[in-house]
Design a protein around this ligand. Structure first.
Ligand SMILES: [Zn+2]
Length: 92
């Protein structure tokens, strides 16, 4: 469920590898990686977790991609917190 649309037009069925302009780079790369892990044909189970489309991993990734681009949803706090931790680790 999207509470606030992202600042840019996003094709969440086929998100680009490179982050759109203005996106949170750390969050985008984490969410895009998760998306790649849980990308499946819509009529087949997810090859990673074997769950039916759309699997929880794919849904979580879509939410992360949306938040990375300024959108807001029920998992926004999770993604912002995770991105902060990763960015801090990268600074060390
Ligand atoms: Zn999956």
């Amino acid at each position: 469920m999207t509470l606030k649309a992202p600042a840019v037009e996003l094709d969440l069925d086929n998100p680009p590898i490179d982050p759109p302009g203005g996106a949170d780079l750390v969050m985008w790369s984490m969410a895009r990686e998760l998306f790649a892990d849980h990308e499946a044909d819509h009529d087949a189970p997810c090859p990673s977790c074997q769950m039916a489309w759309p699997c929880p991993g794919n849904l979580l990734a879509r939410q992360g991609l949306t938040v990375a681009c300024g959108g807001d949803n029920t998992m926004a706090d999770y993604w912002r917190g995770l991105a902060r931790i990763r960015a801090r680790e990268a600074d060390r």
